[in-house]
Design a protein around this ligand. Structure first.
Ligand SMILES: CC(C)(COP(=O)(O)OP(=O)(O)OC[C@H]1O[C@@H](n2cnc3c(N)ncnc32)[C@H](O)[C@@H]1OP(=O)(O)O)[C@@H](O)C(=O)NCCC(=O)NCCS
Length: 184
């Protein structure tokens, strides 16, 4: 599996409102992007991926895309596609750049990319407490297909909720399994 070619896709958040317009483009991640990607990752997750994991993703040929803004990278998405199935492995937007449609644009690009490779379905796992991400996936047509109990290490706040909810271990959190059929 080869990394995605630079998509050349670009867009903006221009909705003809008075807000400043932030131009962006989506392209393949390179090794030179990893430091900035790690910065976003560490600002976003309590249990972030390491630099080595990102390097390995590039090395093994996962699709690794970044969204580039006017000044710096805004976010990234990492996904696989093989044997008709695609998996979203990571999707993250800089905390200061959220709620502007960037994740939706990146995920839509990921979907378009894997459909070209013949993927018929896309899967992902998400923490039950990650309501923002769940709302994003549902907006793009993902539906819940299952649940993995105690799948994630949990941050303290989430683990308290998790324990209250399902009586499981306090340091674990369930994953929801979501899927989207990809029709040509
Ligand atoms: C989840 C995440 C990727 C969303 O990125 P984003 O760029 O802010 O999302 P978008 O602006 O594209 O949102 C698109 C839609 O998703 C939903 N959504 C996104 N974030 C939401 C939030 N915090 N609360 C409620 N709905 C949300 C909304 O329906 C939104 O559409 P709307 O703005 O028209 O209402 C971002 O919050 C993030 O990077 N979180 C940390 C990493 C993470 O949890 N990744 C997912 C791992 S499975």
């Amino acid at each position: 599996m080869a990394n995605s070619e630079p998509s050349g896709d670009s867009g903006s958040t221009d909705d003809s409102s008075a807000d400043p317009v932030l131009e962006y483009s989506i392209r393949a991640m390179t090794a030179a992007d990893v430091d900035r990607v790690l910065q976003i990752e560490q600002a976003s997750y309590d249990i972030p991926w390491t630099q080595q994991i990102f390097k390995d993703c590039l090395k093994v040929g996962y699709y690794c895309l970044v969204m580039e803004g006017e000044a710096e990278l805004l976010g990234y998405v990492i996904f696989s596609s093989a044997a008709g199935e695609s998996h979203i492995l990571n999707l993250c937007i800089d905390p200061s750049q959220r709620r502007q449609g960037f994740a939706e644009a990146m995920l839509s690009q990921a979907i378009a990319t894997v459909m070209v490779t013949g993927a018929k379905v896309m899967f992902l796992e998400v923490r039950v407490s990650n309501s923002g991400a769940i709302a994003l996936y549902e907006k793009l047509g993902f539906i819940e297909t299952g649940r993995r109990e105690n799948y994630y290490n949990a941050r303290p706040r989430a683990s308290e909720k998790s324990k209250a909810r399902n009586g499981g271990p306090a340091n674990r959190e369930d994953a929801l399994l979501l899927a989207k059929e990809l029709a040509m």
